[in-house]
Design a protein around this ligand. Structure first.
Ligand code: KG4
Ligand code: ZN
Length: 345
């Protein structure tokens, strides 16, 4: 099966061809166009995102097809991100995908963006398949899940306030490093002294058992406030920038690693799948892999290309849901949270 995926939920316009069945499916082509119009605003401007998708999507889809040496008629299934995301941006992708499906008479399946992040890693790493603990950390979401099988998702924890990527973005602009914050904060942190600033580890020590409210949940806003206070109190904020970045990143990593290891213990899993833009962070990957190795578990993280938003993961999730498309499931069925198969643990 050749699946064509389309992703326009935020500020990446992407189209991809994924071919094959089930866990044997592989990326044939993947085109990702990152919109740079937002950098000057230090955040994504929804209306600008929609307009940029509108002009880019046609050529991006054409490039994905030509990269795979396929014609539109060779596509067996269309898959499109249906939500969550910016409503205007989503509408561009969904409308375009509906047009392609109508023109070719092929089925179209709506995909939940966060479920797709769980599928993305397996396109790079054949071992990243259930059962596993999934940690999705992006600019908009932070979720810790138990995934006993594709289509069955137990939500263990999520953020109470800011998403992890959002916290990186806010700290990045607070420190004057630019937007998006993740890559620049990570780069600065490499030069930083870990002993200079020790920030709080939110929700780490107060709740010690599964069933305690915050055992798996995350919170980033108190940490962000602590960084703001440290910047204000600094006598030389410019010189302290790298140390502040290091202190912040170390706090985030310790929280994410500790909660993920808790999930591995509680669910008895031996694999962790990381996804979302923050999965690009090398310090996080290294700390997570080391902590999991001590438990006899392994970390499976996608390449940077498949960590951030991309249409290959959408096509892969579409292949999983292909039967729903054939049985005529309405396009809107998967957009609502919780996504299909998700239950709160
Ligand atoms: O998954 P993604 O591309 O888009 C969303 O669905 O949000 O994630 C983007 C987020 C941004 O907040 C960005 O700052 C963060 O991922 N990010 C990183 C790194 N690279 C990107 N965060 C930490 N370290 C990085 N190296
Ligand atoms: Zn995403």
């Amino acid at each position: 099966m050749n699946a064509l995926g389309i992703e326009t939920s935020c500020d990446e316009t992407s189209a991809a061809i994924v071919a094959g069945e089930g866990d044997a499916a592989r990326v044939v082509s993947c085109v990702i166009l990152s919109q740079d119009v937002h950098a000057v605003y230090k955040g994504v401007v929804p209306e600008l995102a929609s307009r940029a998708h509108l002009t880019a999507l046609g050529p991006v889809v054409d490039r994905a097809l030509s990269g795979a040496r396929l014609d539109l008629e060779d596509v067996d299934l269309f898959a499109v991100t249906e939500g969550p995301g910016l409503i205007g941006a989503l509408l561009v992708g969904v409308s375009y995908a509906k047009g392609l499906a109508l023109a070719t008479g092929r089925p179209l399946v709506g995909v939940h963006h966060l479920e797709a992040h769980l599928f993305g890693t397996a396109l790079d790493d054949p071992a990243a398949v259930p059962p596993f603990v999934g940690l999705i950390v992006s600019g908009g979401h932070s979720l810790l899940l138990d995934v006993p099988a594709w289509g069955t998702y137990r939500l263990l924890g999520e953020t109470r306030d800011d998403a992890v990527g959002e916290a990186f973005d806010k700290v990045g602009s607070l420190l004057g490093l630019g937007y998006p914050g993740g890559p620049v904060v990570e780069k600065a942190a490499r030069e930083g002294d870990p002993a200079r600033f020790t920030f709080p580890r939110p929700m780490l020590h107060s709740h010690q058992r599964p069933g305690d409210g915050d055992y798996f949940d995350l919170s980033m806003s108190g940490l962000k406030t602590a960084v703001i206070h440290a910047v204000r109190a600094s006598e030389n904020p410019a010189a302290d920038t790298v140390h502040l970045a290091r202190g912040f990143q170390d706090a985030v990593i310790e929280v994410l690693v500790t909660k993920t290891v808790r999930a591995v213990d509680a669910c008895g899993r031996s694999r962790v799948v990381l996804g979302g833009g923050v999965a690009c962070n090398r310090a996080l990957r290294e700390a997570m892999a080391a902590a999991l190795a001590r438990k006899g578990a392994t970390l499976h993280a996608p390449s940077p290309r498949l960590s951030t938003d991309n249409a290959a993961m959408i096509a892969r999730a579409g292949i999983f849901h292909a039967r729903d498309a054939e049985s005529g499931r309405a396009l809107d069925a998967s957009a609502r949270l919780p996504f299909p198969g998700l239950v709160r643990a």
